[in-house]
Design a protein around this ligand. Structure first.
Ligand code: DHB
Ligand code: FE
Length: 280
């Protein structure tokens, strides 16, 4: 059976792509953000994942307001970046793991999730940048399975529902007849709001409480409705749902925090980073 090596959760912001393209990692603005990643890469080098299941939200690029699945799972042989720009050099295509895609899809449908299955799927900064932060040479040594959660058009799935999704994706991986080593990557958050009267809104206290809760009391955030999460974290802060799915995928048992970083701001965003590993 496949084994789960752990989960990485990180913010995604398009400007990170421009900073990478312009080699600004040591620039004073960027350093506190990029400095969080060497320990992540060290952990990955030891954990040796073969496949990464990426929980992320599309930003109106592969899906638009006319057709918006609540949950979508990629089942494509490869995934190409088609992000909105910033002059980011194009990144190599990501190779899909079709066997794991269909294992997850079959499991989710059997578990009564009405998902959308995508045999063609473009990916955006929420997918490509966290991958580039984990594997900076962009010579992707892992296969991928994208799992997309709608956080752009209301109604959004509840935190409780996203926990359940992550839980079932984790079970699907554990039941997968493969000797592959699987990592989860959740991207989005933490608190930020890009538009409206509260543009620039950040809630450090909530973010830190949320990060701690993933280890100590992981279902803590599932008590909140989407409206409450928007109020506490900003309209785009709800992207923390990806972190919740990632944590849930690691299973019921205790989880160890391997590494964490938190820095305000990157663009309009409170950037968070965590590496978690199932204990025992
Ligand atoms: C920003 C943050 C995001 O999560 C995103 O998808 C786009 C932009 C920002 O802070 O600029
Ligand atoms: Fe985003």
């Amino acid at each position: 059976m496949a084994s789960i090596v752990g989960g990485v959760a990180t913010s995604h912001v398009p400007a990170i792509g421009r900073a990478i393209a312009n080699n600004l990692q040591d620039d004073p603005y960027w350093k506190p953000f990029f400095a969080g990643f060497p320990p992540v890469r060290d952990w990955i080098a030891e954990a040796k994942p073969d496949v990464v299941v990426v929980f992320y939200n599309d930003h109106g690029l592969n899906f638009f307001l006319d057709k918006m699945p609540t949950f979508a799972v990629g089942a494509a042989p490869s995934y190409v970046n088609a992000d909105e720009g910033w002059g980011i050099p194009s990144v190599p295509a990501f190779t899909g793991d079709l066997d794991l895609s269909w294992q997850i899809i079959n499991h989710l449908v059997a578990a009564e999730f009405d998902i959308t299955t995508c045999q063609e799927m473009l990916v955006d900064h929420a997918f490509t940048l966290p991958m580039a932060l984990c594997w900076p040479d962009q010579n992707w040594p892992v296969k991928v399975v994208p799992v997309c959660i709608n956080t752009v058009q209301f109604p959004l799935p509840s935190a409780k529902r996203c926990w359940k999704l992550g839980e079932e994706v984790g079970k699907a991986v554990r039941d997968w007849k493969s000797d592959a080593r699987v990592m989860f990557l959740g991207t989005g958050g933490l608190s930020h709001q890009l538009d409206g009267e509260r543009a620039g809104f950040i809630n450090k206290q909530f973010d830190l409480e949320f990060m701690e809760s993933l280890i100590a009391n992981p279902k803590w955030a599932t008590q909140f409705s989407i409206e409450q999460l928007v109020e506490k974290t900003g309209t785009q802060g709800v992207e923390l749902l990806m972190w919740l799915a990632t944590r849930a995928a690691l299973g019921d048992g205790p989880v160890r925090q391997v590494h964490a970083n938190y820095h305000i701001p990157i663009s309009n965003t409170a950037s968070g980073l965590m590496v978690m590993e199932p204990r025992g």
